[in-house]
Design a protein around this ligand. Structure first.
Ligand SMILES: C[S@@+](CC[C@H](N)C(=O)[O-])C[C@H]1O[C@@H](n2cnc3c(N)ncnc32)[C@H](O)[C@@H]1O
Length: 206
């Protein structure tokens, strides 16, 4: 059965995000948090055949879509099945082969459509799982100095809060402070198209 979902933004941003990943991905496994439709997952698995891309999502419809995308792209032999993962349910239940080869964690457009405690949990558990030199990458809209960087982000933030008043575009400094508390150094902030950012956090030992 074809359960593929189509999230239009993924088609617009996947190559730009892939370019950022291409600078830091080497080998091993990458865990993606909040994979949504799975379109990013299959695109990155195809672009980086030397790594194992582990998708995850708390929503069953999204996990079904991810599985359908994996089938559709004939990646079953290479790519693991999506796992049920809600960042707030710590510890995360990851397959041992992923834990053993994990080199980084990626989360795209997730933290603004989840409550703030999800950001806290994301850094806390990523900090437990990753070792010195490994990375966590976030992609999405952010505020800087608690200010929106565009009018469209301001409107989008209002729209998010109308759906759920705990959602909203996060302040980059507050996000990076959570990183710091869990041993992550904010290595780079990369301005992306459509008023988004990629933020690369690197695990350090304090
Ligand atoms: C806007 S969608 C983005 C999906 C995909 N990453 C993309 O860019 O198309 C947000 C995703 O975050 C996931 N999500 C929301 N809360 C979450 C949580 N607590 N833990 C993990 N994922 C979560 C949703 O299920 C959804 O797939």
């Amino acid at each position: 059965m074809d359960n593929r979902l189509f999230f239009p933004a993924t088609q617009r941003n996947k190559n730009y995000i892939g370019d950022v990943l291409s600078r830091i991905i080497k080998k091993g496994a990458i865990l993606e948090i909040g994979s949504g439709s799975g379109e990013h997952g299959v695109a990155f698995q195809k672009r980086f055949p030397e790594i194992i891309w582990q998708t995850s999502d708390p929503e069953i419809l999204n996990r079904k879509s991810i599985s359908s995308w994996i089938n559709y792209e004939e990646l079953n032999k290479k790519m693991p099945k999506p796992i049920l993962l809600d960042v707030e349910k710590i510890p995360w239940n990851l397959p041992m082969e992923i834990v053993n080869s994990l080199q980084g964690i990626v989360s795209i457009n997730m933290i603004h459509v989840a409550q703030w405690s999800s950001t806290i949990a994301l850094f806390r558990e990523s900090g437990n799982l990753l070792s010195e030199g490994q990375f966590l990458i976030l992609y999405g809209p952010f505020k800087i100095g608690n200010k929106h960087i565009s009018h469209s982000n301001y409107v989008f933030d209002d729209y998010l809060k109308m759906q759920n008043d705990l959602w909203g575009i996060r302040n980059i400094e507050a996000v990076s402070f959570e990183g710091k508390k869990n041993g992550f150094f904010q290595e780079e902030i990369i301005r992306m198209p459509a008023n988004n950012f990629s933020i690369i956090y690197r695990k350090v030992s304090y």
